[in-house]
Ligand binder design. Sequence first.
Ligand code: SF4
Length: 164
Amino acid sequence: MNVVLVSACLLGRACRYDGATIPSPGVQIEVARLAQLGHPIVAVCPEELGGLGTPRPAAQLAGGDGAAVLAGTAQVVRCSDGGDVTQPFVAGARAALAAGVEVDLAILKARSPSCGPRSVSIDGVIRPGAGVFATLLQQAGAVVVDDEEFDPGSDLDDGGPAAS
Ligand code: SF4
């Protein structure tokens, strides 16, 4: 059975930028179902794996989406002072990808600059595009979905449009 990767904060780990967690009941039900089918479940937080620590300053993408960051034409910056944190974001995403060899499915946190698979904050505005980790997974051929597919109508957020 192939690995299912999950954003650790959705499973109750207190790894968000502000030191909180944001558990998703819908994701937890789905993960339990997949585990029962025999899929290994791997919970990862790419930002912690990148050495950013928790709590950490909120960050957002600047100049482009995760694909642009990986191509070297955009950055990840701290929301507070614009400091460049691209390197730990990319390093953490690569480390998290390595944790899920043969990953077929990833269930990630919506709108995170690392994990968001459909839309992210770029230059302070929510735009279509994926975060750094979600992009790596998509480029590796994984199906990447977010928590809002399992908690429809929920107001769960990742601490604001830019935070993770
Ligand atoms: Fe970590 Fe943020 Fe991804 Fe949650 S959304 S796993 S806190 S990087």
